[in-house]
Design a protein around this ligand. Structure first.
Ligand SMILES: [Zn+2]
Length: 78
């Protein structure tokens, strides 16, 4: 199920990493995943019962070799 957060909420949420970068819904591999992905460090934060868990301890590291989000070449999906 896709994460559904108010746009205003998503705007004020930030990754706890030093960059405090904004977060995106889903993961680069699965936009429907119940995660928020940091646009800087690539960590994924689980969303439980609609509540984003923005704890570094709870975050999953991005897979090795994952794009860092600076490239333009988004693969076409669907
Ligand atoms: Zn981050």
């Amino acid at each position: 199920m896709a994460v559904r957060l108010a746009p205003q909420l998503l705007e004020i949420l930030a990754c706890p990493c030093p960059e405090h970068a904004p977060l995106r819904v889903g993961t680069p591999e699965d936009a429907q995943a119940d995660y928020l992905t940091c646009t800087a460090c690539g960590r994924r934060f689980p969303v439980r019962d609609g509540i984003p868990v923005l704890l570094l301890d709870e975050a999953e590291r991005p897979p090795a070799g994952a794009p860092d989000g600076t490239g333009d070449g988004d693969p076409a999906v669907g």
